[in-house]
Design a protein around this ligand. Structure first.
Ligand code: PAF
Length: 281
């Protein structure tokens, strides 16, 4: 497995693969890989001849008071995982390699980025769109893999690819969960054991929504109320948002009748967790 630190190395290798007619898959990550990332990597390995995993904690997508400095990192472990999954190349650039002196060009999006996480994390999706566009330009893959756990990110990237005519297939993969339902996330390591217990309320609230929809309820107001009530039953947890939106436009819907994203975010202590239930696909 190649470990590339520079854009030049990535380009040279991918160019050679392409010259042989090989298909290339990209799994963009911020490292500290878990089962969720592994499922993206496995799918990419299955569907492509060569797979590139990027590991870069992107400073541009963190807000001022967020966890950029404490974000968990373990490159040695990550590269072992990649090697064992059959990854061809890990791209692990420095901050300077990605954002050279005087960097001043950004990819921004209106609308879709102003709801859900975009509301509580202003600038986050500008950082995501900018780094993902750069990774797409650097790696030039046929396909790129993202997890449905970050459903807003999936919708934003699909829209970006459409709007900017980027010729890459975006593959969204199912959320991988712990045995008690908590969605796998690198940030789960921040949780104390009490917080870890309390965190399952997020999945419970989404299950309440899922059950209501399955029983025929279509009023977003009624479903949201039930989610908020569930989440507020645990005192350690503070609700950030519980929203029901159209899966493509991410705009709130009052009645559920097409592909719909039921999304929620909570704070437990200093940790922010997100999860969702997708209806209709
Ligand atoms: O989902 C993530 O880990 C990040 O947002 C991504 C897509 C790697 C961009 O930094």
């Amino acid at each position: 497995m190649i470990i590339a630190k520079t854009i030049k190395e990535v380009r040279e290798n991918v160019k050679a693969w392409r010259a042989e007619g090989l298909k290339v898959g990209l799994v963009p990550t911020m490292g500290y890989l878990h089962e969720g990332h592994q499922s993206l990597i496995r799918r990419a390995v299955k569907e492509n001849d060569r797979v590139v995993v990027s590991i870069f904690v992107n400073p541009l997508q963190f807000g001022e008071n967020e966890d950029l400095d404490t974000y968990p990192r373990d490159f040695a472990r990550d590269s072992k995982i990649c090697a064992s999954e059959g990854v061809s190349m890990v791209f692990h650039p420095s901050g300077h390699e990605m954002y050279n002196k005087g960097f001043c060009t950004f990819v921004d999006m209106t609308g879709l980025t102003e709801t859900l996480c975009g509301k509580s994390r202003p600038g986050h999706f500008r950082g995501v769109c900018t780094v993902v566009s750069k990774l797409f330009n650097i790696v030039n893959p046929d396909r790129a893999y993202f997890g449905w756990k970050d459903a807003q990110q999936v919708a934003v990237i699909k829209r970006m690819v459409m709007d900017l005519n980027i010729d890459i297939e975006i593959v969204a993969c199912e959320t991988v969960r712990e045995s008690d339902g908590l969605a796998r996330s690198s940030r789960n390591v921040y949780l104390s054991s009490n917080e870890r217990k309390a965190s399952t309320i997020l999945q419970e609230a989404l299950k309440v929504a899922e059950k209501k929809i399955a029983s025929g309820v279509r009023s977003s107001h009624e479903i949201k109320e039930a989610m908020v009530e569930t989440i507020s039953s645990v005192k350690e947890v503070k609700l950030d948002y519980a929203e029901i939106v159209d899966l493509k436009t991410l705009q709130p819907v009052s009645t559920i009748d097409g592909p719909t994203l039921v999304a929620a975010a909570i704070f437990i202590g200093g940790t922010r967790l997100i999860d969702n239930y997708i209806y209709g696909i």
